[in-house]
Ligand binder design. Structure first.
Ligand SMILES: [Zn+2]
Length: 239
């Protein structure tokens, strides 16, 4: 074969059958036991000394994490799926701010409701309201006009106040509903960030385990080479 000297060390991926340089391949024995089991389930002739390429390993890792999630939570929700997809692509689809989205969706009426509700819950409103009541009663009791427009039991004032109360309740409810919507979005966002962090940590665990197993393997190999060298030297001495 017409290969570069270093590419003489090639192996075949047990899953897809393509050949790769050995540096691109992973020994099945170096993987996590659970991951190995998962691969062995699909690939019948998978043995501890089989080799697997990066691409297939990443695919099995993803499935492994997926299985873990499913085991823990039962059905995968669409939110989990979204996080998994973004996880695989290596992108961050989670929005860092939901405030912008909330504002974009709100209609004119909803924004007015927010303004009215926030004014209704301020000291400015309470004080000006008391002032209006006092002026209304004062004008009718003292008799600024020839005939007071709303004499003593202030029936008209009563009607106005009832109307005001009746209107205020739905406005406050509207505003509360919007606040709840915002909170829900924020909670969803937090959940996605947490789930992503969890997956990220799992992946790290996986990588560290893999790395450690690989290191042990290399160490054992080194030792083997040293022993062989020593034996050779002894043989040379004797010979
Ligand atoms: Zn492969």
């Amino acid at each position: 074969m017409n290969h570069h000297p270093t590419s003489s060390k090639i192996g075949h991926c047990i899953v897809c059958g393509r050949s790769f340089p050995l540096s691109k391949l992973h020994r099945a024995a170096g993987l996590r036991p659970h991951l190995y089991e998962l691969i062995a389930e699909e690939v019948k002739d998978c043995a501890p000394d089989s080799l697997i390429c990066d691409e297939d390993l990443a695919r099995f890792r993803r499935r492994y994490v997926e299985n873990l999630l499913e085991e823990e939570r039962g059905e995968l929700s669409s939110l989990d799926q979204k996080v998994l997809d973004s996880f695989e692509k290596g992108t961050l689809t989670v929005q860092t701010s939901t405030a912008g989205e909330g504002d974009r969706k709100s209609s004119f009426g909803e924004r007015v409701a927010d303004k009215v509700a926030s004014f209704g819950g301020s000291w400015t409103f309470i004080l000006s309201f008391i002032a209006i009541l006092v002026i209304w009663m004062g004008v009718n009791v003292i008799g600024v006009f020839a005939t007071p427009f709303d004499p003593y039991p202030f029936i008209l004032l009563n009607l106005v106040l009832s109307c005001l109360a009746a209107l205020q309740a739905p406005v406050i409810m509207m505003s509360q509903k919007r606040q709840e919507e915002k909170d829900r979005l924020r909670a969803e966002n937090d959940y996605m960030i947490n789930l992503r962090a969890e997956l990220e940590i799992r992946q790290l665990h996986e990588k560290i385990d893999h790395q450690m197993a690989k290191q042990w393997e290399r160490l054992a190999e080194l030792q083997q080479i040293q022993i062989e060298l020593l034996e050779k030297r002894d043989d040379a001495r004797k010979g």
